[in-house]
Design a protein. Structure first.
Length: 186
């Protein structure tokens, strides 16, 4: 069975969806990597029986140092794919070199428009009528990797920001697991 490792920094709703839809059915979710000790994704992992590796970036002089430690942890499980699910750090060259073409991310906007930390707010501020999510390969840029898949919906213009965020999360939960499954079959 192929293995994936999920990286997350926050609540972990995408992580939980991936585990519930794919773990031990289509792949093994072998590890959760998290950069924030108190993040709820770590609690979700415990409840779901998924091993975790939590690190503290401030304990390291530079990104390459903690990415070397992450690579050591990853080598123990030998993942076929690394799945970023709300991981709020830019992947550095150390991880990119070790796992080239094997790291994917989901972004809450229709790339190439609105890359970066707050794609939803940026899209809303611009007044777009079509909102969506993008799954893409991770490269050295910020949300610049090759697009794998996208999904979208048309705004009515009456939704609150919270309603838009909820719809974006629903799209993420629908799109990400089948994309992961498809990539593991390649």
């Amino acid at each position: 069975m192929k293995k994936i490792v999920v990286f997350a920094s926050g609540s972990g709703s995408n992580f939980q969806t991936i585990v519930e839809k794919l773990h031990l059915k289509k792949c093994e979710v072998a590890l959760l990597v998290c950069d924030k000790e108190g993040a709820y994704c770590v609690e979700r992992a415990k409840l779901l029986g998924i091993p975790t590796f939590v690190f503290h970036p401030k304990d390291y002089a530079k990104k390459a140092d903690f990415e070397k430690v992450i690579c050591q942890e990853l080598s123990k499980v030998e993942p076929n794919l690394i799945v970023l699910a709300g991981y709020m750090r830019i992947i550095g060259q150390t991880l990119l070199d070790a796992y080239e073409g094997k790291i994917i991310n989901i972004h809450p906007a229709l790339l190439p428009a609105f890359p970066g930390r707050d794609g939803i707010t940026d899209a809303l501020n611009y007044g777009v009528k079509i909102m969506g999510v993008t799954v893409h390969y991770v490269d050295a840029g910020i949300d610049t990797g090759k697009i794998i898949d996208q999904s979208c919906f048309k705004r009515s213009g009456q939704e609150s920001k919270e309603e838009i965020i909820n719809r974006i999360h629903e799209l993420e939960h629908e799109l990400y697991p089948p994309v992961i499954e498809r990539l593991l079959e390649l």
